[in-house]
Design a protein around this ligand. Structure first.
Ligand SMILES: Nc1ncnc2c1ncn2[C@@H]1O[C@H](COP(=O)(O)OP(=O)(O)OP(=O)(O)O)[C@@H](O)[C@H]1O
Ligand SMILES: [Mg+2]
Length: 239
């Protein structure tokens, strides 16, 4: 399965019911987990370590939301290994790090790039990572972060932030207190339970509210045929 651009992701959502149903279920679950009666309008996607699938899950979830008719903004808050500009085939220049800059007067609208989804006559709005910064800088420590998250939540139904891994860098801890929820991606078979617990604790200590986990690359066949006893139950093509 080659997942490189949003067109591949869209093709998978349209052709593979297992994938599309998984993401629709995730979207429903997130809709049910509402805090204090208010929707989960801002959501950070993080994980313990690199390559667990944060950017992939962020892009697929954002597309699922857009296809469901929601007004979605997807922000690349991973200034260290930005990926969303590649997936959505937009320029990474003029993005999140540029509006976070303390001296900047740019607004969200100045750095948003619209990616139309032709068949559905909808679009997904992307803010790429922005100007690359020196390795030790931390753009998310910006005093502008809180007001930018608030402004985004006022303009969009759903704002998703793809972020770096919580055990590798402190960036997600700066964003965690300002978003309504944190979705934690767990790379199946790749992350140690102890490390995942440590990463979760870090995010919670920073004021983040974990609303769920996504097990990525989970291979149900390894756990035997009885692992999903209800799979296929609602599929009339399966006996
Ligand atoms: N469920 C999956 N099936 C197949 N390939 C996947 C899956 N999830 C992720 N990948 C692939 O694994 C690689 C890493 O995924 P991705 O970039 O989403 O991880 P990440 O957690 O965002 O990484 P980083 O920590 O570097 O930001 C990518 O090449 C992606 O296409
Ligand atoms: Mg990534």
């Amino acid at each position: 399965m080659n997942l490189s651009t949003w067109k591949d992701f869209l093709a998978i959502l349209e052709s593979n019911t297992r994938v599309s149903q998984t993401f629709e279920t995730l979207l429903s679950s997130l809709t049910f987990v509402e805090r204090g009666g208010s929707p989960l309008s801002t959501l950070m996607i993080s994980s313990t370590q690199p390559h667990e699938g944060k950017s992939t899950i962020s892009a697929l979830l954002a597309l699922t939301m857009a296809l469901a008719g929601r007004r979605v903004l997807l922000i690349d808050a991973d200034a260290r290994r930005p990926k969303l500009h590649e997936i959505f085939e937009v320029s990474y220049k003029h993005g999140f790090t540029d509006i976070l800059d303390a001296g900047s007067s740019l607004t969200l609208g100045d750095v948003v790039q619209k990616v139309p989804i032709p068949r559905d006559r909808t679009a997904i709005d992307i803010i790429p990572s922005g100007t690359l910064l020196p390795i030790h800088s931390n753009p998310l420590a910006s005093p502008r972060l809180e007001s930018l998250v608030k402004a985004a939540s006022e303009q969009y139904e759903n704002v998703l932030f793809d972020s770096p891994p919580a055990l590798s860098v402190s960036d997600p801890c700066f964003l965690a207190p300002f978003v309504k929820g944190v979705l934690f991606v767990v790379g199946s078979g790749t992350v140690q339970e102890r490390d995942a617990k440590l990463a979760k604790a870090r995010i919670e200590k920073a004021g983040g509210h974990l609303v769920g986990f996504v097990m990525n690359r989970f291979d149900a066949t390894r756990y035997g045929p009885g692992y999903h006893p209800y799979e296929g139950y609602y599929d009339p093509t399966k006996e």
